[in-house]
Write a protein that binds this ligand. Sequence first.
Ligand code: GDP
Length: 440
Amino acid sequence: ATTTSTAASASRNSPHRPYTLERTRNIGIAAHIDAGKTTLTERILFYTGTIHKMGEVHEGTTVTDWMEQERERGITITSAATTCFWPVRKEEGISKLFGGEKFRINIIDTPGHVDFTAEVERSLRVLDGVIAVFCGVAGVQPQSETVWRQATRYSVPRIAFINKMDRVGANFENAVHEIRDKLGANAWPILLPLGKEDGFQGQIDIINRKAILYSDSDRLGSTYTVEEIPEEHREAAETARRNLIEALADKDEAMAEIFLAEQQPTIEQIKQAIRRSVIANEFVPVIAGSAFRNKGVQFLVDAVIDYLPSPVDIEAAHGQHPVSGEKVVVVPDDNAPFCSLAFKLWSDPFVGKLVFFRVYSGTLQKGMTVYNPRTRKRERISRIVQVQADERKDIQEVHSGDIAALVGIRDVATGDTLVAEDFDVILEPPIFPEPVISMA
Ligand code: GDP
């Protein structure tokens, strides 16, 4: 289930798209209120935005400088979905599944309130993977339980982030146990905390056998080998690594073969096994960290790229012909007929009424006409925007697997399928519609 088949990718990717389908991630961040979802999302947006603009991370920038810059830019999550970009750096000694490439990550807002269950289900329909954020002190709380069960119902692959490891009372092991016991997840740590509470000083990457020590003056921190860290941490890391490999062998055939032959899997083999098991919804990697620590946020985004699926890694969407009832499979391919789902109507302070949509197949260009099989009406698309944190960018076209917003479209309801004029299909399963709101 890996994504790097160039032959296939050349045919389904339009030459005009800046990021291929395989380098696209549509993710949600789900959490119980107060677990740190907002802080974490802002950090991801700031960090990816900064890297996108500067081209690279500037080492030596102090945390204070960074907080200052962030305050000036005033980044907040003010949108139903936002796009950011992530270059996968080739850091020395840290093996990556995907090296030296840029990725497009669309973050879809996943409401954390129980009363918005229908809304949560709608957002789960358009994303391909979730970061489930838990508070390191409180562990699994009721709202995270609700969202988790919904994600299970829609078979959405997940990675877990245990936040606030710096807070008094933080307990990583307890949080992992709760994810297993309360949520029934096959959850295994891939990044351990190095210390906790006041003594939380970094993370141990048990796959790469590296420890990353944070420091106040260097946003990238310093990296040590596992052999260089205190014995108690070293033992915990090596035990966790053995447990991780054994747990993967239990789910993944390739890893089982390596394990039974008593061989040591390579870093790449471990990561591929995690990727396959996460996408198959049989495994949840757990990361310890803090939204207050930059390095931890970097590792989290790397894990999104490495382990969460691209639009071509998941089962294709399907729909029904509204009259004949015939089943239609909607494959992610830029050359296929256009098919999309309007998942959120949004009143934006910058551009007014927006209709957020996810493209399942085909390409939509400005000036094209779309057909709404529910209303049986056609509408011309006069403006498409891409929301990027605090910017709204006009774009000429949007491709399969991507998320963007329409401006100026009139008669559309949340949950409507919008398609090419000659492609009559309604996406399934039908999702809870909201009352029709005129967008005029
Ligand atoms: P949300 O409700 O899940 O969006 O949570 P917020 O991002 O608003 O965070 C709730 C509170 O926890 C805020 O006061 C944050 O500053 C704080 N917080 C978030 N992440 C961390 C963390 O890693 N460590 C500590 N100590 N506090 C955090």
